[in-house]
Write a protein that binds this ligand. Structure first.
Ligand SMILES: C[S@@+](CC[C@H](N)C(=O)[O-])C[C@H]1O[C@@H](n2cnc3c(N)ncnc32)[C@H](O)[C@@H]1O
Length: 255
C-alpha cells in the first residue's frame, strides 16, 4: 500500500518516468496533464492513475535501480551492467562490511548499501566534500544513509577499517590502494577495481601480483538491448560501447 511520504515511480511508458514523493496536496505536472499524487495514498503500488487530460499512468514501487538512475550526478557513475557484476563478484550480502572509494555521486554506494542492509555497513572514502554532499542526498532519498559512513579521506593514505569482506574501488589510482586493501581485508576477502582504461588495469594487476592476492581476473561487460517486434526482433543499432574494466582478486594468507 502507498503511504504519505513514500516514493513512487510514475510511469507513462518506460522512457517517460518520474520519481516523486507522495504528499496529500502534491501534484505532478506532465505534458500529458496533471496528476494528483494525494489520490495514491492507500492504494496498491503498481496501480493506475489518470491525469487531468485522461492519460493513463502507473505508480510503481521504486527499485534500487530507479533510485540509482534518477540520482543527482556530480561525477560519472557506474552503469547498471557493471553494478550488477560488481555485486555478484564481491559476494556481499546482508551483514557484509565493505570499504569503497571514491564515493562520487554515490551510485555504487547506494547499490552496496542496498545489499548489505539491514546489519551490514559501507565505509565510503572520497577526497571531495562536494561529491559526498550529493551522494548523501541520493542515499537519503533511497532510505539508505543509515548503512553508510562517508569518509572525507584520501584512500591512498590508508584504510581505517579492518576485517572487511570487500574493498571496491572506482578512482583514478587503484594500484596505490592495493597494499592498504590487503591490510583491511579479512582473509579470503575480495578486492574489486573498476577502471575505464587499460593503463590503470595493468598497474593495478601488477600491484596485486606483488601482494598475496589470487584469482586475479579482469573482465569487461557488454550489454545490448533487444528490440522485440513481429518479424523485426534484433539488437538495437546503438549501444554503450565502453564503460570500464572490472578487476577482481582475493586475499590469501600463509596461515
Ligand atoms: C568516477 S567517481 C566515482 C563514482 C561512483 N563510483 C558512482 O558510482 O557514483 C571517482 C571519485 O573518486 C574520487 N577519488 C579520486 N582519488 C581518490 C582518492 N585517492 N581517495 C578517495 N577518493 C578519490 C574522486 O574525487 C571522485 O569523486
Amino acid at each position: 500500500m502507498i503511504s504519505e511520504g513514500d516514493y513512487v515511480l510514475i510511469m507513462l511508458d518506460p522512457r517517460r518516468t518520474w520519481l516523486v514523493r507522495v504528499e496529500k496536496d502534491k501534484t505532478l505536472h506532465t505534458h500529458k496533464g496533471v496528476l494528483n499524487l494525494g489520490e495514491l495514498i492507500g492504494r496498491n503500488f503498481g496501480c493506475k492513475i489518470m491525469s487531468s487530460t485522461g492519460a493513463e499512468f502507473f505508480a510503481l514501487k521504486p527499485l534500487i535501480r530507479d533510485f540509482v538512475m534518477k540520482s543527482k550526478r556530480i561525477t560519472q557513475i557506474i552503469y547498471p551492467k557493471d553494478l550488477g557484476l560488481i555485486v555478484f563478484l564481491s559476494g556481499i550480502g546482508p551483514g557484509s562490511r565493505v570499504v569503497e572509494a571514491g564515493t562520487g555521486s554515490g551510485a555504487l554506494t547506494m547499490v552496496l548499501a542496498h545489499y548489505v542492509r539491514p546489519d551490514g555497513h559501507v565505509y565510503s572514502y572520497d577526497v571531495r566534500e562536494d561529491v559526498q554532499k550529493v551522494a548523501l542526498e541520493n542515499l537519503k532519498r533511497a532510505g539508505l544513509s543509515d548503512f553508510v559512513t562517508l569518509k572525507l579521506k584520501d584512500i591512498t593514505e590508508g584504510i581505517d577499517e579492518r576485517d572487511v569482506d570487500a574493498v571496491i574501488l572506482d578512482m583514478a589510482t587503484p594500484w596505490e590502494v592495493v597494499p592498504h586493501a590487503y591490510e583491511s581485508l579479512k582473509p579470503s576477502g575480495v578486492f574489486i577495481s573498476f577502471s575505464p582504461t587499460i593503463e590503470q588495469v595493468k598497474k593495478t594487476v601488477s600491484a596485486l601480483r606483488k601482494h598475496k592476492f589470487l584469482e586475479i581476473t579482469t573482465v569487461e561487460t557488454l550489454m545490448r538491448n533487444i528490440i522485440v517486434e513481429e518479424d523485426r526482433t534484433r539488437p538495437e543499432t546503438r549501444m554503450i560501447a565502453h564503460t570500464g574494466y572490472i578487476t577482481f582478486a582475493r586475499k590469501y594468507t600463509e596461515v
